[in-house]
Design a protein around this ligand. Structure first.
Ligand SMILES: Cc1cc2nc3c(=O)[nH]c(=O)nc-3n(C[C@H](O)[C@H](O)[C@H](O)COP(=O)(O)OP(=O)(O)OC[C@H]3O[C@@H](n4cnc5c(N)ncnc54)[C@H](O)[C@@H]3O)c2cc1C
Length: 384
């Protein structure tokens, strides 16, 4: 634990209250405006949400993994768009710098990530490179003391509001992880074009768009760690953490959907009785509850192992696969329990059902998690 238990519990309860009293009541505003209101972003900054995982010396609260997932369980109960604005600051944006950045890069970016003064954005995916991330075509060519970046990134979260991009670009032609480097690119540089926001199935308020780099010149010290070839491997190393965080968000959202289902089923009457009295409705409630608890247990157990310094690549992928698939089932049951009302936009389960669909796709699809789990399991077996 990096905060004493009492301080952490006070912090967690303030997050719980913030989600319940501030975020959930503003969900409709976010849907209608497709943006997070500035006063909410300011409160998120004040609460320290942007700096959860950043070391204290750089202004963050340096939560342990167990503490971070407990916070994510709470944040997940509100529309995922709220968390998304701080997602890169908490996750891959800051953690690659913590792990591999130079002192100068840490000092330049981490304090601003921690306060939320800088919004980070992670740019890996391209039109022809998604799951096969190692095949990216964006190139960074060194000329003198500069790198020139050319290429197009796709579906980049926070792109229109980002202050800094962590850009994965090829510095060598071979299809090897050591051919890909990470650049910390200030968003105001010339040669960067942000595409128009994508029209998505759900998660309004979390904006994605293309980002095109056209002869974008960055200084050589924008290279993560000032070393070529470490970007991809560093990003893969911090993914274990990101997958646990996302899994915990899935649990929070599933808990919210179950709560909405319980409220509805207790109040909705058919055949003269609340539908919660019907055993077929109860079966859906029971399955959702059991799966949520199973997910939560797996995430907490893995977070504790990671805090002890153990390798959790296998378990993190299991958590991401199980929790995102679990959320899909819970969301589907929530709509079913609401009957026709579940298909109507005035009930939040209709929106949350669409929001939930993304978790099986981004940060590694379910199929990619299955491949990792199988690879790790077979390797462990062969080593034993
Ligand atoms: C809303 C949203 C936000 C996003 N935010 C970001 C971001 O901020 N930064 C970023 O870099 N990216 C981001 N992404 C991209 C996201 O990570 C990719 O969409 C995801 O990794 C899948 O890649 P793809 O879309 O190219 O699908 P593909 O890789 O083309 O996959 C299509 C299908 O094929 C399957 N498949 C692929 N390879 C295999 C295989 N070897 N075996 C079995 N099945 C396979 C996949 O599981 C999937 O079902 C975002 C995407 C979305 C939709």
């Amino acid at each position: 634990m990096t905060l004493d238990k009492e301080t952490f519990n006070i912090f967690l309860s303030s997050i719980e209250k913030f989600v319940k009293n501030k975020l959930i009541p503003k969900e409709e505003v976010v849907v209608n405006s497709n943006t997070i209101p500035q006063e909410i972003v300011s409160e998120m900054k004040e609460l320290g949400i942007f700096g959860l995982s950043i070391p204290k010396e750089y202004g963050g609260s340096n939560l342990s993994m167990e503490e971070e997932v407990k916070v994510a369980f709470e944040l997940g109960k509100a529309s995922p768009a709220f968390r998304s604005i701080a997602g890169t600051n908490i996750g891959i944006g800051s953690q690659t710098i913590v792990m591999a950045g130079t002192k100068k890069q840490k000092e330049k970016y981490l304090p601003k990530f921690a306060t939320g003064e800088f919004i980070g954005s992670f740019a890996l995916t391209e039109p022809d490179a998604g799951s096969d991330a190692m095949s990216i075509q964006t190139k960074a060519k060194k000329i003198g003391k500069k790198y020139i970046i050319n290429g197009t990134k796709r579906y980049i979260t926070n792109a229109p509001i980002a202050n800094v991009f962590s850009v994965m670009a090829r510095t060598k032609p071979e299809k090897l992880s050591s051919s890909i480097s990470c650049f910390l690119v200030d968003a105001n540089l010339d040669g960067i074009t942000i595409g128009k926001p994508d029209t998505k199935m759900g998660q309004r308020g979390a904006i994605t768009s293309d980002v095109t780099f056209n002869d974008c010149e960055v200084p050589e010290d924008a290279l993560l760690g000032e070393k070529e070839g470490i970007g991809f491997t560093t990003a893969m190393k911090v993914l274990d953490k990101g997958r646990l965080h996302i899994s915990a968000i899935c649990v929070g959202l599933a808990e919210r959907l179950l709560e909405e289902s319980l409220n509805y089923s207790i109040n909705r009457k058919q055949f003269g009785e609340p539908i919660s009295k019907f055993q077929l409705i109860q079966a859906m409630i029971a399955d959702s509850k059991a799966e949520i608890l199973a997910s939560k247990g797996l995430i907490l157990n893995t977070a504790q192992k990671r805090d002890k310094g153990e390798n959790v690549t296998l378990e993190s992928s299991c958590a991401k696969l199980f929790s995102s698939e679990m959320l899909g089932k819970v969301a589907d049951r929530a709509v079913q329990i609401h009957g026709g009302a579940g298909y109507m936009t005035e009930y939040s389960v209709e929106r949350l059902y669409r929001d939930a669909r993304l978790f099986r796709i981004y940060e590694g699809t379910s199929q990619i998690q299955q491949l990792i789990i199988a690879r790790e399991t077979i390797n462990n077996f062969l080593k034993s």
